[in-house]
Design a binder for this molecule. Structure first.
Ligand code: HEC
Ligand code: HEC
Length: 235
């Protein structure tokens, strides 16, 4: 039987696979195997967005992440407009079991198992070439805005914008964009960093920050960044 790209059967198969007992792989050793060497940068430059677009359909990424990398719900992350370096790193991290400590991480680890580095950079260059998700009407989120712009020196929290870029549009080589990201995904990532279930951040940068955030701040951060999008990011 052949699976069409949008086949509910194929998705069901993935979900069933997820329900099977999985031996969670320990993330031992360095937080990532990706280093920004000349070879890695050359590999990134070789990314072919047209092939990436085809792979997005063929490998069924589009089913969850959308045709252009724009998630259709609040739970699955958008990939559209993310820096290619970040996307490549995170796909390698899934494949190397650096990011498979959660159910959803295991789902992605399963999906990328057979992919080559070239598949990953081609997909990364395709999503990176697409715009960030559109901005939503902004409901003022004071706590999150303060953390984004000023951080909280008393708690040693640097401003998010120092690394995630102005208007959270991401930065070279591997700082992810937060603008327009699905709110559930933002919340989940921060909770995973805080609990140490996600540990693929070099130098524990995000784990250290997330540990200092309260639940209330995480909720406010998710709403604040989800509302940002292309319009604000281009200012
Ligand atoms: C069944 C749905 C599903 C499919 C199919 C799927 N993904 Fe995912 N993907 C997810 C979920 C859910 C997450 C978030 C995992 C988490 O919460 O840790 C994710 C995370 C990611 C991330 C990390 C996003 C970030 O901001 O860190 C990348 C990159 C990614 N997927 C790429 C792909 C690619 C490329 C494919 C196709 C080869 C693919 N995904 C197929 C559901 C899916
Ligand atoms: C010192 C730099 C730095 C600062 C400051 C910083 N971050 Fe991060 N953040 C990173 C890096 C690097 C990653 C990517 C980790 C990886 O490789 O997966 C990341 C990842 C994330 C992610 C996961 C995104 C995804 O797509 O999976 C979220 C959410 C996040 N940061 C939120 C924040 C918030 C909110 C703040 C401010 C309170 C903040 N960060 C401050 C460096 C930083």
């Amino acid at each position: 039987m052949t699976f069409t790209p949008r086949s509910p059967l194929r998705i069901a198969a993935v979900i069933v696979a997820l329900a099977l007992p999985v031996t969670a792989q320990e993330n031992t050793g360095p937080s990532t195997n990706v280093a920004w060497t000349i070879n890695t940068l050359n590999l990134l430059r070789s990314g072919d967005p047209e092939r990436g677009a085809k792979l997005n359909t063929k490998l069924e990424c589009a089913t969850c992440h959308g045709d252009t990398g724009l998630s259709t719900n609040e739970t699955w992350p958008s990939l559209s407009g993310q820096p290619a370096g970040y996307l490549f790193k995170v796909l390698k991290d899934y494949q190397d079991n650096k990011l498979s400590g959660t159910d959803r991480g295991q789902l992605m680890a399963f999906i990328v198992e057979e992919m080559t580095d070239q598949d990953m950079v081609d997909l990364a260059s395709y999503f990176a070439a697409n715009p960030l998700p559109p901005a939503q009407p902004v409901t003022k989120q004071d706590a999150a805005e303060t953390l984004d712009l000023l951080g909280d020196p008393k708690r040693l929290i640097p401003p998010c914008s120092v690394c995630h870029g102005k208007n959270a549009k991401g930065d070279f080589p591997d700082f992810p964009a937060l603008a327009g990201q699905s709110p559930d995904y933002l919340k989940r990532s921060l909770n995973n960093f805080r609990a140490g279930e996600r540990g693929n951040d070099v130098y524990s940068r995000m784990r250290l920050i997330a540990r200092r955030l309260t639940d209330e701040e995480i909720n406010s951060i998710a709403a604040y960044f989800a509302a940002k999008g292309t319009v604000l990011a281009q200012e």
